[in-house]
Design a protein around this ligand. Sequence first.
Ligand SMILES: [Zn+2]
Length: 237
Amino acid sequence: MSQKLILPLNKCNVNAGYKMPKYTQEWGFLHYGIDLGNPDKQRTIYSPGDGTVIACGMDGATESERMGNAIVLVFLDVERNDGETTSLACRMFHLDSIAVQPGQAVKRGDVLGVYGNTGANTSGAHLHVEFDTDTQYPQYAVGIKSSGNVIKKGNKDTTVDPSKVWYVGPGQTLYDGYGGSGVSSGWIAQNDLDVPKLPEEAPAVDYKTLYEAESQKVETLKEGIRDIISRAENMVK
Ligand SMILES: [Zn+2]
């Protein structure tokens, strides 16, 4: 059965979008993910869906510990908001702490850890999230200079724009970073903020109530028939 993914932060600022030209100008390489932060500085990361932790831990030990604390997950049968359904690898970088273990099954909304400022190429606490259709090699990321303990150097770009994947979950809010000026800053695009809300689940059918209502109808019909029969019998007498 397919699933829909939600944002990994309940209050979610978008600080840098997917493959934004301004990011490449600043850092000299393409941004294959999206950078998020919580405006309330509440840094808990939640699992976007039901999946499996493939690998996690400190990516270290050289190049300023590369991606810092990283988590790699796989989510099967994801119904993306762009209408495609694919299984997706998800890579998260720069965590302060990790609350899961490799091989662990996670449910949507489970705590994965706390984001922070670990690893190279970070100028402040934020969560970098990538989605990748290559679930066979989920630890391989394109744009990485060399392999670390968790994240390996990939050579093919199979990433997907996260804003085309996830939904704003119940109780979640998606903000334009930079206090409303994010789009004009050039670090994020309107597209990053055009994320649909997760559709309300259809209410579960209450079969017991339905059965009782239908049984009542049958009883009423039976009574009617009994009445007709007794009246017919009286006429015969
Ligand atoms: Zn990033």
